[in-house]
Ligand binder design. Structure first.
Ligand code: GSH
Length: 262
């Protein structure tokens, strides 16, 4: 567990534990169990899990992983997330009532969907629909948006080939999503973890420079999901330190962009 006594403020009690009329508020104190630990930094991959936890009303405790200073390489975190990426969770009430740790946001969404029976249908055909689009997000929308963002905003040289390559990919990907959403409200039929996986990146698309004007069904879907109270709560889980990260700082850039096998 990444509870470093030198950093007592790292673990924050979260939105879901607030007393409120929300499902989260109802689930918290009544459950009488340790909240799920969420290793988190406020990015589109992190928001997948805050949204899902808020949607399911599961109590959770936030453990910030400051990826700009290298928390993701701490041995205790690597024991949970060997790919040095957040998000990751520890559920103290896992299968058999025992602790379980999970990394990779798609695997976490599936686990939480199975655990709660929410947003992840049991029926095999419906589940396959959700899985296809969840994996589509994990292999396409997420990584390609990340690379597009990197070459557009963070690369020291503006490489036209890389910017065009990933810009085109993003255009293709939003085209696929737009076609998919043309005749259904949500990506896999009913609102599911496939939608939840896509919200963070899609909500930042225009800010990242991807024009969604040619994708009216994506825009309509985005408006629908962003109006959900749990999505609003999930997207607004903040970490104070993240406001102070300077992406031009050579130390931050070395941590994030000069990674090699260790
Ligand atoms: N496939 C992973 C990707 C997670 C990921 O890329 N997380 C980024 C932040 S969005 C991270 O932890 N970066 C730390 C680093 O680059 O060392 C997942 O979906 O969980």
């Amino acid at each position: 567990m990444l509870r470093n006594p030198k950093r007592p403020s790292r673990k924050q009690t979260l939105a879901s534990e607030r007393k409120s009329a929300s499902a989260a508020g109802r689930a918290g104190p009544a459950a009488g169990k340790k909240p799920i630990d969420l290793y988190y930094w406020p990015t589109p991959n992190g928001w997948k899990i805050t949204i899902m936890l808020e949607e399911c009303g599961l109590p959770y405790a936030l453990i910030p992983i400051n990826i700009s200073r290298g928390d993701q390489f701490e041995p205790a975190f690597l024991a949970i997330s060997p790919n040095n990426r957040m998000p990751a969770i520890v559920d103290h009430d896992g299968p058999g009532g025992r602790r379980i740790s999970i990394f990779e946001s798609g695997a976490i969404l599936q686990y939480l969907g199975r655990k709660t029976g929410k947003f992840y249908p049991k029926d095999e055909r419906s589940r396959v629909e959700v899985d296809q689009w969840l994996f589509w997000q994990m292999a396409n929308l997420g990584p390609k948006a990340g690379e597009a963002n990197h070459f557009r905003h963070y690369a020291p040289e503006k490489l036209p080939y890389a910017i065009a390559r990933f810009g085109n990919e993003m255009n293709r990907i939003y085209g696929v999503m737009n076609r998919r959403l043309a005749d259904r409200e949500f990506i896999a039929g009913r609102y599911s973890i496939a939608d939840i996986a896509c919200i963070g990146w899609a909500s930042r698309a225009e800010r990242h420079g991807h024009d969604l004007s040619g994708f009216p069904h994506v825009r309509r879907w985005l408006e629908t999901v962003l109006a959900r109270p749990a999505v609003k709560r999930g997207l607004s889980v903040k970490v104070e330190a993240a406001f102070h990260v300077d992406m031009k700082d050579p130390k931050v850039r070395a941590v994030l962009f000069d990674q090699r096998a260790r």
